[in-house]
Design a protein around this ligand. Structure first.
Ligand SMILES: [Zn+2]
Length: 395
């Protein structure tokens, strides 16, 4: 349940966590064994199928080339798969939520038909809608594949292998697993390394689970949130002794989560209005961006080669709805990106990109209202062209 990108760091994290545990043991002198092994199995009733959802609708947006992470790929000897990036002509669905949030669900073409893919996409979009709004804040995409492999969070995404669902369903913890992964996606990036969180970790009597203790930097927040949620919002559904154990073990972490004033809709009453979307001024174009359609769209690119990385340098092409990016010298263009107005054709703006590079890159296209799309290439081989005729709905 680590994020896909975290996998390659597992060995490093193990060493780090050992140091963390030893330090805590020295300081407190009495680090009790964690009360739970892994908190997604805490209790099946924390979120159940009949709970309310913020999910509104799902709409098929056609096929499109997308770069997705698939745990079945890769040559690792981990039976749970080392995973790798793959570019696929995915079935795409727009999932909308009643708190104004929006997720693109990308379904592996192996499902064979748009109808089958839609069944999967709708099921998971609805369940993700049962999570508090704060946990959906950063979920921009959901990847759905076949295969009996662990799910994942991170990358502004939730990774789902549907072959794993029967096991989660049999234990009644499918929703709890999604909650754990959504913490990785939406809370880890903002809070996991803050001084207040680290202080709460240090002040608490112990870790809530063995998994949290073994990976205090990467898993503790995701492991602690479910128990916090259970004790604060579902205390009537779990045994009193379990609620007490949670409160006794991680009181400071619980206080920390409460201090964040997270938007808990639709679990608790309608939270604060969704944060105002980050808007930008179409009349100016940043130095690191290509801007199109009277400045309504900004395209920014980052690249990574070994230990080197950086923002790509844009080169606008006068009068065209496309432009170039270079990664190294300005004389060496690596990437063509264009944003086309397809409103008259299918009611969407289209994004196409063609690369002449094997370097890893990430292209982010942002509209002035804050909506954004990300296109990635994992590097290591020549990047395929990507075309997205459902990128942005016309206003
Ligand atoms: Zn995890």
């Amino acid at each position: 349940m680590e994020s896909p990108l975290a996998l390659s760091h597992t060995f490093l994290m193990k060493k780090t966590s050992l140091v963390g545990v030893l330090l805590l043991g020295c300081v407190s002198g009495l680090s009790a064994a964690p009360p739970f092994r892994g908190t997604v199995w805490l209790h099946p009733s924390i979120i159940v199928e009949s709970d309310p959802t913020a999910f509104e609708a799902i709409e098929y947006a056609g096929r499109g080339q997308r770069t997705m992470f698939d745990r079945r790929l890769g040559a690792g000897d981990d039976s749970q798969g080392s995973g790798d990036w793959v570019s696929l002509n995915a079935y795409l669905f727009d999932a909308t939520y009643d708190d104004g949030r929006y997720i693109e669900v990308q379904v592996n073409p192996e499902f064979g038909s748009a109808a089958t893919a839609e069944g999967q996409a709708a099921h998971y979009a609805l369940t993700i809608g049962q999570l508090p709004s704060a946990l959906r804040k950063r979920i921009e995409t959901v990847w759905i594949h076949k295969g009996d492999f662990r799910w994942g969070g991170g990358n502004d995404n939730i990774l789902i292998h549907v072959g794993k669902a029967p096991e989660y369903l049999a234990s009644g913890v499918l929703e709890e697993v999604l909650m754990h992964e959504a913490v990785h996606t939406s809370l880890d990036p903002d809070y996991r390394t803050t001084a207040a969180w680290l202080a709460a970790q240090a002040a608490d009597p112990g870790f809530i689970s063995v998994y949290a203790r073994d990976y205090p930097e990467t898993e503790d927040m995701a492991e602690s949130f479910g128990p916090f949620f259970a004790a604060e919002y579902r205390a009537d559904r779990i045994p009193a002794a379990m609620a007490k154990t949670i409160r006794d073990t991680i009181p400071n972490r619980i206080a920390y989560f409460k201090s964040l004033n997270l938007d808990m809709w639709p679990v608790a009453g309608r939270g604060p209005e969704p944060e105002p979307q980050p808007e930008f001024d179409p009349t100016s174009c940043p130095d690191d961006a290509l801007c199109f359609h009277e400045g309504s769209f900004r395209v920014q690119t980052t690249w990574k080669a070994g230990d080197d990385s950086g923002a790509a340098r844009p080169r606008a092409l006068e009068g065209l709805d496309g432009g170039l990016f270079s990664f190294f010298g300005p004389e060496n263009p690596e990437l063509l990106v264009k944003v086309l107005d397809g409103c008259g054709v299918n009611g969407h703006y289209w994004v196409y990109l063609a690369a002449a590079t094997d370097v890893e890159f990430e292209v982010r296209v942002t509209r002035h209202d804050g909506a954004s799309k990300v296109y990635r290439h994992g590097g290591g081989q020549l990047a395929p062209a990507q075309g997205d005729t459902g990128a942005f709905r016309c206003e």
